[in-house]
Ligand binder design. Structure first.
Ligand code: ZN
Length: 233
């Protein structure tokens, strides 16, 4: 293979590696932010369960205080009942007491329901808390790995970049300019191999003349996509 092709392929290999590393590196902040969002989401879900627990606790207190009020009312009725002389007034009072007792019964049932509910909430909170803690651990581990990868990529990229100036040196100015323009587009390889008269970049058939020049390993570009061409020995 002619020297210009070998030299350019070496440079291209380095540049493609740098491009690959940079693409990987660009993904890292996105992945890290996805992980942060997942952790925040888990925490918000736990917070919701906690708030649910608080609401239930408050409701239980409310029910308990209503029960106390009704018990006080019954006490009051019973104290008053001593003074009542008339039978129908007495009957009316008994009716009031019974109505209040029914209210208390209902409230006590509600209190039991709420207590069951709270037990369930507590159980589910402990379960969720455990799952969230484990997930947080895993996610933080993934995050650390990503940040480590970022450092590795930066180091590798710097190494490749340091090397590329040396690789550029032997390459003809015009070829290098064209190559740089093509690599700058960020898609595909600037120098591609021709297989059976077909461009390795755009995959279209080259004119016989271009294919012929490429086969002699003389600098030539694809008429369609403008990429540099070579035919391997
Ligand atoms: Zn092409």
């Amino acid at each position: 293979m002619k020297k210009w092709i070998k030299d350019l392929l070496k440079l291209q290999e380095t540049d493609l590696r740098i491009r690959q590393l940079s693409t990987r590196s660009e993904m890292i902040p996105i992945e890290v932010s996805k992980i942060d969002k997942e952790i925040a989401h888990d925490e918000a879900e736990l917070q919701k369960v906690k708030e649910n627990d608080m609401t239930t606790k408050l409701e239980i207190k409310q029910v308990e205080s209503e029960i106390m009020q009704h018990n006080d009312e019954i006490d009051k009725f019973q104290k008053q009942s001593v003074m009542i002389k008339k039978n129908d007034e007495y009957k009316a009072m008994i009716k009031e007491i019974n109505a209040t007792k029914t209210k208390i019964n209902k409230l006590e049932t509600r209190e039991l329901e709420l207590m069951d509910q709270m037990d369930e909430i507590k159980k589910s909170f402990r379960k969720e808390e455990k799952i969230a803690a484990e997930r947080k651990n895993t996610l933080n581990g993934e995050k650390e790995d990503l940040l480590e990868l970022e450092t590795t990529i930066t180091t590798q990229s710097l190494k490749f970049s340091d090397n590329r100036e040396k690789l550029e040196r032997p390459i003809d100015f015009d070829v290098l300019s064209l190559y740089k323009r093509l690599i700058g587009k960020g898609i595909g390889s600037p120098l591609v191999e021709v297989h059976n008269g077909i461009c390795g970049n755009c995959h279209l058939k080259l004119t016989p003349q271009t294919a012929n020049i490429a086969s002699k390993q003389v600098v030539v570009t694809c008429e369609n996509c403008g990429h540099l061409l070579y035919v391997a020995d």
